[in-house]
Design a protein around this ligand. Structure first.
Ligand code: HAM
Length: 435
């Protein structure tokens, strides 16, 4: 039997409705905040991610699905069937949305010199070759926003505010959300801080795992997130970024916190929150749900250097992304069903001699925007009623030769079993009123 790729999921039924609901809520909420939708390709040049996310991150080093165009075998090339593909073109499936959006912003000049900020949101599948487990997939779905050209700490605060509002609208109890924030400094103060952490790891090398020793050179701040409990204990004594921020970064961070306080957003500060992507500067944040056991349901931060890394002019940026699959699980753990109930429908049942009338009635109801089902298998009237119940139809339109002769339809309420005779030309209006 054909099987899906490990760590991927099919979205259908209630699960698909839940994903669509996440997109609908995002469109309404982010639209009100002035964000426009964007969709970038799932395939990008490898360098878009290597430059943006960072060569030393796990995402780029270990998790990116690299794609080589078809013509790996010379004989295939010679046959010419895939000759239109450039041989060995280096591409990757996007592991996250930010780098691609920023690449697009550079390519289409979304933020011209002296122009207004660009505000974009997306809902897309992402791909990371992680070890699959609960809430950790190889193809997963993110909803995110990117706000380019806004250096003001009010943008950081509003980004966090809209994130929390989004979670509320999806059905989370705000008291169960744990928002953690930190400032990671910028190009001015981070290098010295990074060096102090590197030195700390090297000074404690005999107590730390091989991965952390490797991190000391590649990406020392990631040692704060080591999966090894002992390494994390050792790192508790490592220098914290809070004491290493330059005056500008400290002032920016203080202002972000003041705005959050003013908006009544509860947060915890964690000076070891470093995030797994290298492009962050200053504000970073993550949200977890108490007791859900799925890890972070969303995270983001400021990335004032990313535009340049993608070949553009210096342009500040900030954004976040949330993970659909984790949100679905976390809401389930809170007893909230993101899928909601199936949409109600109307069933058109008919005797064989009223098939043409049923065909017309079905079309008329659908033209009026009513979700309508009918029988396409020549079933008995009894079987059609059974099917209508199975589909959860609220109303059944019944047509037989008597109805056809009188130019009416019998409309039956499937719950109360009340029936009414309705003229065919007023059927759609009557059904709309009854639903
Ligand atoms: P991230 O923290 O890597 O950030 O991912 C954001 C969210 O995507 C996570 O909090 C999690 O809910 C979900 N997620 C990540 N990996 C997986 C996975 N393997 N399986 C299921 N869900 C997953 C970013 O991606 C940044 N681009 C966010 C951002 C936007 N920063 C600034 N702008």
């Amino acid at each position: 039997m054909a099987q899906r790729v490990q760590g991927t999921e099919d979205l259908f039924g209630g699960y698909m409705r839940a994903w669509q609901r996440m997109c609908d809520v995002a469109r309404d909420l982010f639209g009100a905040y002035g964000f426009d939708a964007i969709e970038t390709p799932a395939l990008e040049q490898v360098d878009t991610f290597v430059h943006g996310i960072g060569e030393s991150t796990d995402v780029v080093r270990k998790e990116m699905f690299r794609v080589f165009s078809g013509a790996l075998l010379p004989e295939v090339l010679e046959r010419g069937s895939e000759g239109h593909l450039k041989a060995r073109q280096r591409m990757a499936m996007r592991p996250e949305g930010t780098a691609g959006v920023v690449r697009a912003a550079v390519e289409h000049n979304f933020v011209p010199q002296g122009g207004s900020p660009s505000k974009l949101w997306y809902a897309e599948a992402m791909f990371r070759g992680e070890r699959p487990q609960k809430g950790r997939l190889r193809q997963f779905h993110q909803v995110g926003i990117e706000w380019l050209g806004a250096p003001d700490p009010a943008a950081d605060a509003e980004c966090i505010i809209v994130l929390i509002e989004y979670f509320k609208r999806l059905g989370f109890d705000p008291a169960k959300l744990r928002l953690v924030i930190n400032s990671m400094g910028d190009a001015n103060c981070r290098p010295a801080y990074r060096e102090s952490v590197r030195q700390f790891i090297l000074d404690h090398a005999e107590e730390m795992c091989d991965d952390c020793i490797e991190r000391a050179e590649l990406n020392p701040l990631r040692a704060f997130d080591c999966k090894n409990d002992h390494c994390r204990e050792v790192m508790e004594a490592a220098p914290k970024v809070t004491g290493a921020l330059c005056d500008d970064c400290r002032a920016h961070y203080e202002q972000v916190k003041r705005y959050l306080d003013e908006a009544g957003i509860a947060y915890e500060e964690d000076p070891t929150l470093v995030r797994g992507l290298d492009y962050y500067t200053r504000t970073v944040f993550e949200v977890e749900v108490e007791g859900a056991g799925v890890g972070a349901i969303g995270g983001g931060g400021r990335y004032d250097g990313l535009m340049e890394l993608e070949g553009g002019k210096p342009t500040p940026g900030i954004g976040f992304a949330v993970g659909f699959e984790r949100i679905y699980l976390a809401l389930q753990s809170q007893g909230v069903d993101l899928a909601g109930s199936e949409p109600s429908c109307v069933y058109v049942a008919c005797m064989p001699d009223a098939r043409d009338a049923a065909f017309r009635a079905t079309l008329a109801l659908r033209s009026a925007g009513i979700r309508t089902e009918a029988d396409y298998q020549g079933r008995s009237l009894k079987a059609q009623f059974k099917q209508a119940n199975k589909l959860g139809a609220r109303l059944c339109v019944v047509l037989g030769s008597d109805e056809v002769a009188a130019g009416v339809a019998t409309v039956r309420n499937m719950q109360t079993h009340d029936q009414a005779q309705v003229p065919m030309d007023g059927l759609a209006a009557y059904v709309t009123e009854q639903l």
